[in-house]
Design a binder for this molecule. Sequence first.
Ligand code: IVH
Length: 686
Amino acid sequence: MDLFSQIEEPEREELKALRQELEEANYEYYVLNRPTLSDQDFDFKMHRLQELEAQFPDMFDPKSPTQHVGSDLDKGQRTKDKGQNGKAFETVKHKYPMLSLANSYSREEIEDWVRKLPSGVEIVCELKYDGLSISLWYENGKLVRALTRGDGQQGDDVIANIKTIPSIPRYVVGTPSVFEMRGEVLLPWERFEALNKEREEQEEPLFANPRNAASGTLKLQDPKEVARRGLEAYLYYMLGEDLPGTTHYERLQTAKQWGFHISDAIKVCKNVDEVMAYIAYWDTERKNLPVATDGIVLKVNDLAQQEELGYTAKTPRWAIAYKFPAEKQLTLLKEITYQVGRTGVVTPVANLEPVQLSGTIVQRATLHNEDFIRSLDIRPGDRVWVEKGGEIIPKIVEREKSKDRPSDSKPFEFLRICPECGTPLIRVPGEAAWRCPNENGCPPQIKGKIEHFVSRKAMNIDGLGEETIDLLYQKGLLHNIADIYDLRQEDIAAQERLGEKSAQNMLAGIEASKQVPWSRVLFALGIRMVGETTAKKIARAYNNIDMLQQATAEQLCAIDDVGPQIAENIVTYFEDTRNIEILARLRQAGLQMAGEAAEGPQSDKLAGMSIVISGTFSHHSRDEYKALIEAHGGKNVGSVSKKTSFILAGENMGPEKLKKAEALGIRLMSEDEFLEIINQENQENG
Ligand code: IVH
């Protein structure tokens, strides 16, 4: 490696890490509706990534988050409402791609944007509604499709849910024969609060903000429930050919006459001063609106000028968003408490005198780590400023120095022993976190390891959630991941909150997990810093656990993505006899400790059989079933014929296939029956 590339290396690493982080943030935001980054942090990271990509053009990647918008597409396999591979909505290509908007945060940035426009342009200012975008298609006066943004090129058709919104017309008159209206679907504050209150009473997870609630609601498969929750929509953009009007403003007024819900807060501005006045007015006034807004949108009014300005890969050049600054409040820092995480990291938490912030009450904020607390120089008893960027996780940004400290205020000292198990904490040089080293004896770490093991991307065991793990841990039935495979029907069913049905579900999930491939088993073990992608790469390099156990740190470092620290963690993991015991028990239970390629078919149980897969499943995805059929010597075929041996039938099997199967007398086999057959085979072989 020459000197230059050595200097460049950290920046290239940063670029790769940012791509991954932003991709994950998009997924959390658009699919899981559980954002972890504030919008502002997201934008700053995106800017930095753009800078780095400009610096290293050889690293251009069309899949980079700078080149596409975040995707909300339902890819199946995502939420438990739908079963594992149930695809709830039809994905349809957008006639016109659905883009995003460039963001700005200051007058200077707006001025920069205006400078690039033809002189004297009119700018339409609108509120930026904080919901999710929707594309409505009308044909011959009738609403025929309602697509989410999806990945910008194609979206999910959620028309049944959209039809529950009273302000969206199903029929319109006097319009062109085909046209598209775009707008934002929102859950009004009042509805959002009522919904969360209800969820709290039913001990269901709360929505962080109305946007997440709206997004979760729009993807429900129960239009009645959607109707009950009470979504609202504002429309802000008309598309199509031969549409009336020559300006954006005129078009929106026409849309209003056709019966669409168009905001009254639209203003045509002639210069940046007028734009800034609009911003100043609405930054305050928006608090009285029934729905959430997070900024304003500036659009070039003249449609011919819009066309001339055109688009970049992700955004129009004729429009830009201005984001309102995060709201701040002053409050009392009552106490600092500590939370021990799955990996033993001890996180300090600020307990605050409750304050109202961006529509919700804030009483806790993360303090990240010791250095963060020191850098703010905060102590219990101080007055602090709390901010909520992107209305997600509140953070303390500053101590109010003009306020006196209480007379008994002492410099802050970080906790030295674990609040959960009393073990002295350690702080590894170079790391910011204090950690409890008692990995196998500290309750949150034990439970956390099990939670990680059963999670969707790991062993994907349904029916073993956080609360159940806690319960079984308390009852002494679950102390490590191997104990899962010793759970017996009667032990589980004997628990007050569980019963027969949950016991059956849980055991079916546990049984199914025995088919989870080696790379995911490796990820599930929870070796420190071995994430999903790294586990895949390691599993590819080491096709079974015995080979991996024998690898030296040096050999491990040869794997792409594995640095000295990860290599060390792997070696240390295998040096611990407790881990070796657990691995032996997992192997005994029948988990996949080797990759399929090296093993060839696992049995010939299905040899010579042609098997059709139909419907939606809850234990494995379709692809996983296909691989299983092949691994046991069978053939997966697409259509039912008299040669079909049986149909692996999930829920909601296609009516045509069902009819044909009945006519030909072909057997339908449930996924549980199927897994049972395969697992029996495994044991015999095993
Ligand atoms: S115009 C081609 N106008 O903001 C650009 N978008 O961050 C079309 N949004 O995806 C968008 N209020 O979901 C426009 N008055 C408004 C808006 C608005 C909210 C959303 C929209 C868009 C996102 C971009």
